[in-house]
Design a protein around this ligand. Structure first.
Ligand code: DGI
Ligand code: FE
Ligand code: FE
Ligand code: FE
Length: 187
């Protein structure tokens, strides 16, 4: 599947606003991939598909998680986290994507995780900094992401965790482990 096909497919699935967000993520992913020597084709495909399950029925997402033996801890967390791993299952089963790195970039785009590949970081960050994102703190990450993926991940994970904590929201374990890795890696 190429980028144009992927865009056409998600355009049919997603509401207009989310489709526009997706176009922004594609643009940022292309930029970051080019800067960091990551496959641009992989980055744009993962970006195009990353939110494909965003508006999928909650009960059906629960079923997909159980049937595919995905991390059962997901079910203890807000269903907002489910669209990423479920999207990866759909990309594989419905769209025939077999590239594991692309599938993992979709799977971990919301929570992050330790030991992320360069492509996974590019997609996580592209989702965070795409031109439509306006929240405070986004400029920090935008400024750094083109230069240093690890530093940008460290800031993005810190800010995401701070944001969740400020609302007394639970933080998914992978997000915390990912953050720990970047601060422990500190040169
Ligand atoms: O799908 P997007 O809106 O483009 O962005 P996303 O997939 O990165 O995040 C979706 C939502 O998930 C966002 O509102 C924040 C939330 N989220 C991310 N990590 C965690 C989380 N929510 C909880 N409770 N815990 C997390 O660790
Ligand atoms: Fe998402
Ligand atoms: Fe995100
Ligand atoms: Fe997104």
């Amino acid at each position: 599947m190429d980028l144009e096909q992927a865009k056409r497919l998600v355009k049919e699935i997603l509401p207009e606003k989310r489709y526009i967000h997706t176009l922004g993520v594609i643009e940022s992913a292309q930029y970051l991939a080019e800067k960091h020597n990551v496959s641009i084709e992989d980055a744009e495909l993962a970006a195009a598909l990353h939110d494909m399950a965003k508006f999928h029925d909650k009960q059906e997402m629960r079923r997909v998680i159980i049937e595919n033996n995905l991390d059962p801890v997901l079910l203890d967390f807000h269903h907002e986290l489910w669209h990423a791993p479920v999207g990866a299952v759909f990309a594989k089963d419905k769209f025939g994507i077999i590239n594991e790195d692309v599938l993992n970039a979709i799977k971990y785009h919301t929570t992050g995780r330790p030991q992320m590949s360069q492509l996974e970081k590019v997609i996580y960050l592209a989702d965070y900094i795409e031109p439509g994102r306006k929240f405070s703190g986004v400029e920090n990450v935008r400024a750094v992401a083109g230069q240093d993926l690890n530093e940008a991940m460290k800031i993005a994970l810190k800010q995401s965790i701070e944001f969740l904590i400020s609302k007394y929201q639970p933080v998914f374990p992978d997000t915390l482990s990912g953050y720990n890795e970047y601060v422990q890696k500190e040169k």
